[in-house]
Design a protein around this ligand. Structure first.
Ligand SMILES: Cc1ncc(COP(=O)(O)O)c(C=O)c1O
Length: 425
């Protein structure tokens, strides 16, 4: 029988050995608790997930896969990885799961590794239109080593321009077509993407990093029946550890496994894999399914209330956890809005909007998401209040925390997060 008094996390020991880093851990907890967390890609993971992350499984080298390792002593971590794989397959109704990706970007790299050779063509959404760095941008391996062709959104609807996707696919005959991105507020038509991919003989890859938690909670349609491979992060709406994973069709199982290891990664992070297993169990509960629905209801209310005060959500609203807000109507840039919100205790990020006249580091928009505030128990009434707080901070506030409006809004934020705390004491 193992000593069950020690699993790995011992904050007292850290505090006495390294007060500098212990202090950072404490002040970060204060920061999370003290403000409104509206970054669409963040969440407040559970103590169970954090416990698995801070465990002795971090020590183990386990290159390979369960039952096929390059190191001895893997019997226990094999159990953790097998549980994680089986839970991921069940949660998403997938033929195959690989839970070893260190991050969303690593899972995405594996798609290139499995299906493409340098110089091959990928068709993906342009970054300034809502895509992601790993979808063929020039600063990423994906745009340096592969020929990336990009589609965007329709000027009128601001939603994905499917006719353009089809035309570009016919013209360029890509090896892989990617659907998904970082700032897409609307549902994606996976059936249409599948039809386009089939017509040109391409692999359909869905990067579901942002919305996979809504799929897990059955709050939006799943890409899994349509895609050859679905990559995702586990730390956004899904609310697990900071990491990545993928599910795919049986026919691609070997290629994807080989692309993750040994092509892209070395030893898997077994503590994170254990935390992913815990997260997949959490995400299969009725409570989580309700959470996923609440995230969307809150997001839609927030978008509607912001529209009422003159801050326009692109596409006119949202079907998901995030909204992309066009600030041109209130005459403020994304950069200024982010700074003013921050001074008022509201954490959000500037974001390019489609056809943005500003440079990306200035931007005309902000992106807001409801995963964290919903985890904290806030509902639609609080979203109305948050819209008003954002509006006041962004249009009347200042980057100076001592400005009267910053102080006034921050006091209301403090009251709100005291009533709905992250990690309640
Ligand atoms: C669509 C998409 N793909 C991939 C990633 C990369 O994930 P990670 O930061 O875990 O590498 C992100 C992260 O924001 C994302 O939004």
């Amino acid at each position: 029988m193992a000593d069950d008094t020690f699993y790995g996390s011992d904050f007292g020991a850290l505090q006495s050995f390294d007060p500098d880093i212990a202090g950072v851990l404490l002040s970060e907890l204060d920061r999370i608790r003290g403000g409104l967390q509206l970054i669409a890609s963040e969440n407040v993971s559970s103590p169970a997930v954090l416990t698995a992350l801070g465990s002795t499984l971090s020590n183990k080298y386990a290159e390979g896969y369960p039952g096929r390792r390059y190191y001895g002593g893997c019997a226990e971590v094999d159990k953790a990885e097998t549980i994680a794989i089986e839970r991921a397959k069940a949660l998403f109704g997938a033929d195959h799961a690989n839970v070893q990706a260190h991050s969303g970007a690593s899972a995405n790299q594996a798609v290139y590794g499995a299906f493409m050779a340098p110089g091959d063509t990928i068709l993906a959404m342009a970054l300034p239109m809502g895509g992601h760095l790993t979808h063929g941008t020039k600063v990423s391996f994906s745009g340096k080593w592969f020929n990336a062709v990009h589609y965007g959104v329709d000027k009128q609807t601001e939603d994905i321009d499917y006719d353009q996707v089809e035309a570009l696919a016919r013209e360029h005959r890509p090896k892989v077509i990617c659907a998904g991105g970082s700032a897409i507020p609307r549902l994606i038509d996976f059936e249409r993407f599948r039809a386009i991919a089939d017509e040109v003989g391409a692999i359909l890859w869905v990067d579901a990093a942002h919305f996979i938690g809504l799929v897990a909670g059955k709050a939006i349609p799943s890409p899994v029946p349509y895609a050859d491979v679905v990559t995702f992060t586990t730390h956004k709406v899904l609310r697990g550890p900071r990491s990545g994973a993928l599910v795919c069709k049986a026919e691609h199982a070997t290629a994807m496994d080989k692309a993750i290891f040994p092509m892209m990664q070395g030893g898997p992070q077994m503590h994170t894999i254990a935390a992913k297993a815990v997260n997949f169990k959490e995400a299969a509960t009725p409570e989580y399914a309700q959470y996923a629905k609440d995230v969307i209801a809150n997001s839609q209310q927030l978008a509607a209330s912001l529209l009422e005060v003159g801050i326009r959500p692109t596409t006119g609203g949202t079907d998901t956890h995030l909204s992309l807000l066009d600030l041109q109507g209130v005459g403020v840039t994304g950069k200024v809005a982010e700074e003013r919100a921050d001074a008022a205790g509201i954490v959000l990020n500037k974001n390019a909007i489609p056809f943005d006249p500003q440079k990306p580091n200035i931007a005309s928009g902000i992106r807001v998401g409801t995963p964290s505030v919903t985890t904290q128990g806030m509902g639609v009434e609080e979203m109305k209040q948050i819209a008003s707080l954002i509006h006041r901070a962004v249009t009347q506030g200042d980057a100076d925390p001592d400005h009267a409006t910053s102080k006034e809004v921050r006091a209301e934020v403090t009251d709100l997060v005291t009533r709905f705390p992250a990690y309640p004491r």
